[in-house]
Design a protein around this ligand. Structure first.
Ligand code: 5GP
Length: 192
C-alpha cells in the first residue's frame, strides 16, 4: 500500500534491526485519514469472505480495525490485556508472549460477542513472530467460529510470524511488508 509505505519512510523511526517506531501515526498519535485508507484496503482485500466480525487487540489494533469494520459494516471486538471488574465471567482467554514488552500476558474477550457461526477477520498493527495473531485466532477457535483471514498493517517479513501463520493455514494480508530494518534503514519486500 503506497501511502502507508511512504508514511513509514517519512515518519518511521528505526529503533533497532528488529523494531520500528511509528508513534506519529499508528501507535500513539493516530492519522485518521491514513487509518481510513487502511480500512478501505482491508475491506477491499477481504470483501468476498462473508466477514461478520473483526477481532483485534488493544490498543494499537483498534484504529485500523474500526475503520475496516466501518466499511465492511461489521462490529469490532478488541481483546483486553487486563481483566477488570466489568469483564469477569464467561470469558475466552489466551496467553500471548509480547514481542515489544517481552512478557507473557493473558488476552481476554467476553464470550457474548463471538458465536459459532461468526466469520472473523483478525487485524493487528504489527506482525513480528505471530504470537498476538495466534492468540486472537485461539480466542476465535474457542468460540468455534472461523478465522477467514489475518490483516496486518505492518509486517516485518524478516521475522517468523508470516510463515507460522501460513503454516497453520491462515490467509495473511499485510499492507506494508518490511524486508529489513538493518543499518537504520527501512526496505520493503518487492511487490509480487
Ligand atoms: P508478534 O506477536 O507478531 O510477535 O508481535 C506483534 C505485536 O507486537 C503487535 O501487536 C505489536 O504491538 C508489537 N510489535 C511487534 N513488533 C513491533 C515493532 O517493530 N514496532 C511496534 N511499534 N510494535 C511492534
Amino acid at each position: 500500500m503506497q501511502a502507508l509505505e511512504q508514511k513509514i519512510l517519512n515518519e518511521g523511526i528505526v529503533l533497532s534491526d528488529h523494531v520500528l517506531k511509528v508513534d506519529s501515526f499508528l501507535n500513539h498519535q493516530i492519522d485518521p485519514v491514513l487509518m481510513q485508507q487502511i480500512g478501505q484496503e482491508f475491506a477491499q482485500r477481504f470483501k468476498d469472505c462473508g466477514i461478520t466480525k473483526i477481532i483485534t487487540i488493544e490498543a494499537s489494533g483498534i484504529a485500523p480495525a474500526v475503520m475496516a469494520g466501518l466499511i465492511l459494516g461489521v462490529p469490532v471486538i478488541f481483546a483486553r490485556k487486563n481483566t477488570s471488574l466489568t469483564l469477569k465471567n464467561d470469558l475466552y482467554q489466551a496467553k500471548v508472549y509480547s514481542f515489544t514488552k517481552q512478557i507473557e500476558s493473558t488476552i481476554t474477550i467476553s464470550n457474548k460477542y463471538l458465536k459459532e457461526n461468526d466469520k472473523v477477520l483478525v487485524i493487528d498493527d504489527f506482525l513480528a513472530n505471530g504470537q498476538a495473531a495466534l492468540g486472537l485466532a485461539n480466542l476465535v477457535g474457542q468460540a468455534n467460529a472461523e478465522v477467514v483471514g489475518i490483516g496486518i498493517v505492518i509486517e516485518k517479513s524478516f521475522q517468523t510470524g508470516r510463515q507460522l501463520l501460513l503454516d497453520q493455514g491462515y490467509r495473511v494480508e499485510s499492507l506494508a511488508r518490511l524486508e529489513s530494518l538493518n543499518d537504520g534503514k527501512v526496505t520493503f519486500v518487492a511487490a509480487e
